[in-house]
Design a protein around this ligand. Structure first.
Ligand code: SF4
Length: 346
């Protein structure tokens, strides 16, 4: 029976240094390998050209590099790119590159499937199979950075955790991935350019505040009325708006970072005057802004984009109450890469 090799990227830099010392080599060799693994994103030991052949062979005998593999890549007419990413155990997640004039954003997944059950979301139809580990999250970002350089001649500028999964249900691994993304030994990106988007897990929002994280927070709110939110996001029955509101106030008090609410207006669901009035009241609890997001129907048509008049009403009422509002047009619709559409159709 062959030995089961360990994924070398599960080792810290210190552990790598120690490994080389135990092998009778210099600790410095660990730094070189670490750099290959993270800064240079090497897919194989043979790529590590400043190591001797025998060192590369020794690594090969002891470890694997469980790099993700971009299985299929689809490009939309508007420049959006969607990757179907195969993990080492054969499962697949999706990540998306979204270019605009001023920025290139990666939308990455944090779980295979999702722990939650939002009724408008394609991912919710896949049950949660497992959490992604930190390097599987990091690799998605690296793959999109490379595509951004290739197709748009510029590096990735922003990251949003809005792909498959609820990031706060995989908090530790998301945090480790962000550490690597922001570290000079990884991609060296500013945490201010990273948004973690949650459907609202109060306990974890407080934990993030206690951990003094530097990235931004967005909440998929979609309704500020419990009875409505209960029907579209059933986990709201467990984490009602009162608890969410309290957690968000805690977040703001500790971090002084304002909150973005992601909000879709659906026909016959949350397109009434009382819905926008409830949102206005909710926004007053902590400094915030609202992104009104265009909805992309996912096949059975139960949820439909509201009429333009309803969107106008939202915009007017929010602005009249001095709440910043942005209307976000969805991109990548022709390749099912838009918000709420990631579900591994293949
Ligand atoms: S919207 Fe987000 S949290 Fe809700 S089911 Fe979909 S992936 Fe999960």
């Amino acid at each position: 029976m062959g030995i089961i090799k360990k994924d070398i990227r599960a080792l810290t830099k210190d552990q790598l240094r120690e490994f080389f010392v135990n092998e009778g080599d210099k600790a410095f060799r660990g730094n070189q390998v670490y750099e290959w693994l993270w800064q240079k994103s090497a897919h194989s030991f043979d790529d590590m050209t400043n190591l001797s052949k025998s060192t590369r062979q020794m690594l090969e005998n002891n470890f694997t590099i469980n790099h993700i593999k971009v299985d299929t890549m689809q490009r939309s007419n508007d420049g959006t790119v969607k990757n179907a990413v195969r993990l080492h155990d054969g499962l697949v997640v999706e990540s998306v590159l979204i270019p605009t004039e001023s920025r290139t954003t990666a939308c990455v997944s944090s779980q295979v499937g999702c722990s939650l059950d939002c009724r408008f979301c394609a991912t919710a139809r896949l049950k949660r199979m497992r959490n992604l580990n930190p390097d599987e999250i990091y690799d998605q970002v690296v793959a999109i950075d490379q595509e951004s350089r290739l197709y748009h001649n510029r590096p990735l500028s922003n990251i949003v955790f809005m792909g498959m999964g609820e990031p706060l249900m995989n908090y530790n691994n998301v945090l480790k991935a962000i550490d690597k993304i922001t570290s000079p030994e990884g991609l060296g990106m500013s945490p201010k350019r990273i948004v973690v988007s949650t459907s609202g897990v109060p306990k974890m929002i407080k934990k993030m505040a206690d951990d003094s994280v530097k990235f931004k927070l967005a909440v998929s709110l979609h309704s500020a009325i419990d009875e409505v939110r209960d029907t579209i996001m059933p986990f709201n029955k467990t984490f009602p708006l009162k608890d969410l509101r309290e957690a968000l106030q805690y977040w703001y008090t500790k971090t002084k970072n304002r909150i973005t609410y992601e909000y879709v207006v659906w026909k016959g669901i949350n397109d009434r005057r009382i819905d926008v009035e409830a949102l206005v009241r909710f926004c007053k609890f902590a400094p915030s802004k609202v992104n009104l997001i265009e909805y992309n129907p996912i096949d059975d048509g139960e949820f439909q984009q509201a009429n333009p008049e309803a969107i106008d009403m939202y915009q007017r009422v929010l602005e009249a109450n001095s709440i910043t509002v942005t209307i976000r047009r969805s991109r990548g619709k022709d390749i099912d890469a838009a918000c709420g559409q990631l579900a591994n159709k293949k």
